[in-house]
Design a protein around this ligand. Structure first.
Ligand code: 5GP
Length: 120
């Protein structure tokens, strides 16, 4: 697991289109693309185009409120665009104990199968 150093991540390269990604939604503030290692038929990551200190949710400050709300609404748009009608899950891993591996805040949107709770 990478330490949270604030260093650039692979997601910067995806935002810059330097490496390919399967983009499912994009607007001025956020980018949504398919996870390279999907855990469900639909597994999309939603990220802010500008990290602006948001390496992880646990580092959020009040000034991030607008982008946090925008990311959550984008997750709903992604679920809709992916044709999910019977429910989906949004996950944010924050920090090493949550198995966060990329230190650029991202929402996982998972769906397309029956999900178990609390895990899987
Ligand atoms: P985390 O464990 O930090 O919550 O999730 C990071 C996610 O990013 C993982 O699900 C992983 O599969 C995904 N991921 C890592 N590198 C890439 C990449 O280069 N392209 C895409 N599309 N997903 C990636």
């Amino acid at each position: 697991v990478n330490a949270d150093t604030g260093a650039p991540t692979i997601f910067d390269k995806i935002i810059a289109k330097e490496i390919p990604a399967s983009v499912v939604y994009e607007d001025q503030k956020v980018l949504a693309f398919r996870d390279i290692n999907p855990q469900a038929p639909v597994h999309v990551l939603v990220i802010p185009k500008s990290r602006d200190g948001l390496t992880e949710l646990g580092k959020a400050e009040q000034r991030h409120e607008d982008i946090l709300g925008h990311l959550l609404y984008a997750a709903k748009i992604v679920a809709e665009k992916e044709g999910i009608v019977d429910g989906f899950r949004v996950v944010i891993n924050s920090g090493p104990s949550a198995c966060q591996s990329v230190y650029h805040l991202h929402l996982h949107v998972l769906g397309g199968r029956q999900l178990k709770w609390p895990a899987g």
